[in-house]
Design a protein around this ligand. Structure first.
Ligand code: BES
Ligand code: MN
Ligand code: ZN
Length: 497
């Protein structure tokens, strides 16, 4: 689907904005006038209120050069932000993607909190994000189930600024789509080795990719990661992606670390069968890191960034680790594995240590679909944020808010840390009692963060994919690609020259 910025309209379908109270904004008012008030009349007849996402679909009103006018609500004008514009555009694409039309015209208006250029750029972003599909394995789609929409025209005056921004954003959309594809792929296709090969493709856009196989990880002493991997016939991989875009190649990189469990059965501590298929998405953290690397490389970010993903399949079987096993991590610390289903923290233990040991980064941010408990706490709306650094936590919160990938900070403290003490080893991988599960997971990862290292952990178990009926026009697939936009903006705002 192509995006074009144009200054004159006409075509099959146009989408215009209305705010709560059923008020058309400027572009819509002009169309309404041209139609002799027919658009406003149709809105009234449809009890259109302008609530965010509400659509009045008006066919061929007289006096207007379009076959169909979509009036789409943005909610209260004062409260409408850039994300409201994206969702507005998303609704328009959702309505037209498979409806048979080849061209959609979007007429974004400026809003009290969104300039005209921003509105244009975010309309483009929303339209692109909404066009995502994962049809790889659908061989029998009927013609009317396939997207026919070829072009989205953004009709506005002064297109240059919006166009420039939208061109940069295209890199971010590519990153989000990469993450969505990875999370969507079935676990027989995407396993550690094949995942690593897909990351290898990033070399074509200038990312340095290094893949460690089990033997190399063994030499490094990654006993926790290998302990999880050993139950699977498919060996684990640790992949490092480097983007050195800063003017000084020697300045410290920021390290992004992702949990990449390509399928989480729970291992010997087997999960219940119902809904287990969703555990193909347990590599959402790794996908977010990979997507962010793709985005920053495509837009040639002036920053040094290293992305590290730990890829394993958590399986039961004759070689699987047992509850009670004690493993030695690369850091030298030992872990008593009391539940093989708390595997994400085990692979992160070695991955975050490797990140610090090898790259001496200025900060470490890990992303992981780590705990079901974060879904209990925050649902699908916010990721859980944990950090030992106020500035980093605030920067992440701001980036997350601006990109529509919100986070909510949860606490860390020595009292929680104590819960993973055990007499048998340096720590155990679950708490003695089932409390504060997400915090305990974060405390565990923190034990592998060196003193003085700024660190943040994002528990994205509730946001990497959407189980249930929850819908978002700019995230039309099960996989959301959560984290790519957040990381990209964080790097743009805090780590670029
Ligand atoms: N991958 C799961 C967490 C998860 C649950 C992600 C639901 C997405 C949706 C993780 O490996 C896990 O199994 N965590 C356990 C930890 C427990 C054993 C301490 C959990 O959350 O139950
Ligand atoms: Mn698990
Ligand atoms: Zn898991």
């Amino acid at each position: 689907m192509d995006i074009r910025f144009v200054s004159a309209g006409g075509g099959d379908v146009v989408a215009i904005m209305a705010s709560e109270g059923g008020e058309l904004l400027d572009a819509g008012k002009a169309l309404d006038t041209a139609s002799g008030g027919r658009i406003a009349r149709a809105m009234k007849a449809a009890r259109f209120t302008g609530a965010a996402g509400q659509v009045a679909d008006i066919l061929a009103p007289d006096g207007v050069d379009y076959g169909r006018v979509l009036v789409i609500g943005v909610g209260k004008a004062d409260a409408a932000d850039a994300m409201a514009v994206e969702r507005w555009a998303g609704h328009a694409v959702k309505r037209t993607l498979t409806s048979g039309v080849e061209k959609l015209v979007l007429q974004p208006d400026s809003l009290p909190a969104v300039s005209k250029a921003e509105a244009g750029a975010h309309a483009a972003m929303g339209a692109r994000l909404a066009s995502y599909r994962f049809d790889t394995y659908r061989t029998k789609l009927k013609p009317d189930q396939k997207p026919a929409l070829q072009v989205v025209e953004i009709l506005m005056d002064g297109t240059a600024a919006a166009k420039a921004r939208a061109e940069k954003d295209e890199a971010v959309v590519e990153g989000v789509f990469f993450a969505r594809d990875l999370v969507s792929e079935p676990p027989n296709i995407l396993y550690p080795e094949s995942f690593a090969e897909r990351l290898r493709d990033l070399e074509t856009i200038g990312v340095e990719v290094e893949i460690l196989e089990p033997a190399a990880m063994e030499r490094l002493g990654m006993g926790a990661l290998l302990g999880v991997a050993q139950g699977s016939a498919r060996g684990g991989r640790l992949v490092t992606m480097r983007w050195n875009g800063a003017s000084s190649k020697k300045s410290k990189p920021i390290a992004l670390v992702g949990k990449g469990v390509t399928f989480d059965t729970g291992g010997i501590s087997l999960k219940p069968g119902a809904g287990m298929d969703e555990m193909k998405g347990d590599m959402g953290g790794a996908a977010a890191v990979a997507g962010a690397m793709k985005a920053i490389a495509l837009r040639k970010a002036k920053a040094n960034v290293v992305g590290i993903v730990a890829l394993v399949e958590n399986m039961p079987g004759p070689y699987a680790q047992r509850p009670g096993d004690i493993v030695t991590t690369m850091s030298g610390q030992t872990i008593e594995v009391l539940n093989t289903d708390a595997e994400g923290r085990l692979i992160l233990a070695d991955a975050v240590w490797y990140a610090q040991d090898k790259f001496d980064p200025s900060a470490v941010i890990d992303l992981a679909t780590l705990t079901g408990a974060v879904i209990v706490a925050l649902g699908n709306e916010h990721a859980g944020l944990f950090s030992n650094d106020e500035d980093l936590a605030h920067a992440i919160t701001a980036a997350a808010q601006a990109e529509g990938e919100p986070v909510w900070r949860l606490p860390l403290s020595p009292a929680y840390d104590k819960l993973i003490d055990t007499p048998n080893a340096d720590m155990k991988n679950i708490a003695g009692k089932p409390v504060a599960g997400s915090i305990v997971g974060a405390q565990f990862v923190k034990r592998f963060i060196k003193d003085g290292m700024p660190w943040a952990h994002l528990d994205i178990a509730g946001t990497a994919w959407k189980s249930g009926p929850y819908e978002d026009p700019i995230s039309p697939s099960w996989a959301t690609g959560y984290g790519v936009r957040l990381l990209n903006r964080l790097i743009a705002s805090r780590y670029e020259d």
